[in-house]
Design a protein around this ligand. Sequence first.
Ligand SMILES: Cc1ncc(COP(=O)(O)O)c(C=O)c1O
Length: 392
Amino acid sequence: MLELLPAPPADPLWDLAAAFAADERPERLDLVLGVYRDHTGVTPVMAAVREAEIRLAERSASKEYRGLSGNTAFNRAMVSTVLGTGGPAGRATAVQTVAGTGALRLLADLIRRTRPGTTVWISDPAYVNHRPILEAAGLTVRTYDWSDPLRDLREARRDDVVLLQGCCHNPTGVDPTREEWEALAELAVRNGWVPFVDLAYHGLGDGLEADLWATRMLADRVPEMLIAVSCSKNFGLYSDRTGCAVVLGPSRAALRNVETALQNAARTLYSMPPEHGAAVVTAILEDDGLRAAWRAELDDMRARIQANRADLVAQLDSLGHAAQAGSLARQKGMFSTLPLSADGMHALRRRFAIYGTDSGRINIAGIPAHRIPCLAQGIAAVLEQPACAAVS
Ligand SMILES: Cc1ncc(COP(=O)(O)O)c(C=O)c1O
């Protein structure tokens, strides 16, 4: 039977990670995956997470099944963290998911169960997994230009769904201004499409509240909305697979079938989400001290990302590339898109052992501060000798 299996397409990100692992040059620099690294190059366990884990271990809670919606205290905590208390939170329901990816997939399943054949609009460029997740759920995908979403989204019709990254757009690092977000909300209300917000980096752009501003503003304005929340980056729980699918309806009554539909989707995919990360997040959010410690550490992470970007911008500027530095300065969050073509990114890899994606995306949070000068020099060298890039 297995000989019938056609060769599947390779995963571009994990393929690059494997190429990096096989590169023996000591100066190699991995800026491919979206993972926060501290100044020593380590992805730390946050102090509040460590403390919550100790408390949970001491309580030695049972590992009994939790139910298809996962940890319900976690779900409540996620809704109030993302939407605040009162207002739209009163017309929201949520289930725990297998991280942000699981939330995207579960909500995609909900869309298909509600209205098969729905068109979902994703940005161009998009997070690499958006299209495959939506298509795997049987949905039709169209794209809108991320540099001018309002133009293409004028074509989005009533009952279409529009996937928007709530902050720190992956891969570009460029977010709409508040005025542009307001215009998007107005368009959604006028034309009747449903916003589907993917929240994976809140807290790592301009701060937690500022990064949630667009999501909350949309939630205030539109009757229906879907939100996929990931705790991977802002709690550093990457491998604990912790996230939440939130659905907003025009009223509580309109949500009566939603939780069961999400549970049914979960049952056929993985049954129940893993408890550990959700228990950790709940322990942090329900304890004033741990919550404050988490917020402070998240702020420190954000400050380090901002300092890395500012340093790279300054170095590029001083090397005579003011225009490129200027465009990097406008980006935010874990990723930046370098002003380099795929050939340029290959050259960066070949000549300087610096690994980003072919689209030019690099993980700003993954650069040790002392390596920023050589990153800037590498970028400058490739910008100045593009012909050298082409012969790779
Ligand atoms: C935009 C975006 N959405 C969702 C995710 C999913 O994250 P996870 O499944 O690890 O929580 C990611 C991860 O990189 C992302 O960049």
